[in-house]
Design a protein around this ligand. Structure first.
Ligand SMILES: C[S@@+](CC[C@H](N)C(=O)[O-])C[C@H]1O[C@@H](n2cnc3c(N)ncnc32)[C@H](O)[C@@H]1O
Length: 297
């Protein structure tokens, strides 16, 4: 297992929702005339190690807690998104797996060899933006193709321009990891003095400066204070709604958000679906609210 990326237990929830949606999508399209494409913009290598529990540090409090390795007993190997997508009952006609990391790309090439003969796979060792440019330049159209793009970056490395390109094809749906509780929140200091490089990342991510208004308001009597801004109490909900509204206007429909939390209950990110088709919306909403319905029982 050496060298494989390590993920938290919540990754399973994300991958489970993805598997269910891909299953639903390919079943619905099974007897339709279109060629189908699965695009994985941030594919990873195909497998990851998941921690099935918390670090065991509290079992033996002492001097060397910080050096304690994760207990091997609570580790497990899971299929990452490319294997999940390759493993569905009604496979896509083509898989485009994208990752710029040389180790991950080599693992994806091995995956391509493993599935040679049964799946058509393109491995692109490039960024999601580069891969989406490549795919959207292929001879595909709404008349001949349909596709799902899974966009699962670490943090905010996802440019709105790439999402817009997928929407403009009229044939893609997207399943997006909206990393609100992780990367995005961390780029928003209370003072409103957002460093230039973070502001540029957020501008690219949201596709405009609109995020600033949703997060900050002028502090009363703060006109002459150091920054004069404070965070709105509901800025997280506002950012989520801003992003959902952007997706809805680009694709036509956007799902109910599915919140993924860590094992202590802290919010990490949302899974959002967007697409041009009402039936896709109904399927996505059903699947993305499934975990919540189960936990309410
Ligand atoms: C969260 S992991 C993906 C996990 C995978 N989707 C899964 O569920 O199994 C993010 C991946 O994005 C890759 N990555 C980093 N920057 C990227 C970029 N600009 N474009 C595409 N992939 C990138 C990393 O190498 C890493 O493998």
């Amino acid at each position: 297992m050496a060298g494989l990326p390590e993920v938290g237990p919540w990754a399973k929830e994300k991958l489970d929702a993805l598997a269910r949606y891909l299953d639903f999508y390919t079943k619905v399209l099974k007897n339709q005339p279109w060629r189908t494409v699965y695009l994985d913009g941030y594919a990873g290598g195909g497998r990851a190690i998941v921690r099935a529990g918390e670090r065991a540090a509290s079992d033996k409090p002492g001097l060397f807690d910080h050096e304690m390795p994760i207990d091997v007993e609570v580790r497990e190997l899971i299929d990452g998104s490319p294997r999940v997508a390759l493993g569905i009952a009604n496979p896509f006609d083509r898989y485009v797996l994208i990752d710029p990391n040389p180790d991950r790309a080599a693992e994806l090439e091995a995956l391509k060899r493993e599935f040679a003969g049964s799946r058509t796979i393109n491995v692109l060792q490039t960024t999601a933006a580069g891969g989406i440019d490549w795919v959207t330049a292929q001879p595909i159209s709404r008349r001949t193709h349909r596709g799902v793009a899974f966009l699962d970056p670490f943090g905010a490395k996802l440019d709105w321009a790439s999402i817009q390109k997928l929407a403009d094809t009229g044939l893609f749906e997207v399943v997006v990891n909206f990393a609100l509780g992780m990367a995005i929140q961390r780029m928003l200091p209370n003072s409103g003095e957002v460093p230039t490089n973070w502001a540029a990342t957020l501008d690219s991510y949201f596709g405009s400066r609109a995020w600033f208004e949703e997060v900050y308001r002028r502090r009363e009597g703060g006109l002459f204070a150091a920054s004069g801004f404070e965070k709105r109490p509901d800025y997280l909900e506002r950012l989520l709604e801003l992003y959902r509204a952007r997706l809805r206007s680009a694709f036509g429909h956007v799902s109910t958000p599915r919140l993924i939390r860590n094992t202590r209950g802290a919010p990490l990110y949302y899974i959002l679906w967007a697409g041009p088709n009402k039936k896709g919306l109904e399927g996505a909403n059903y699947i993305l609210t499934m975990g919540e319905r189960l936990s309410q029982r």
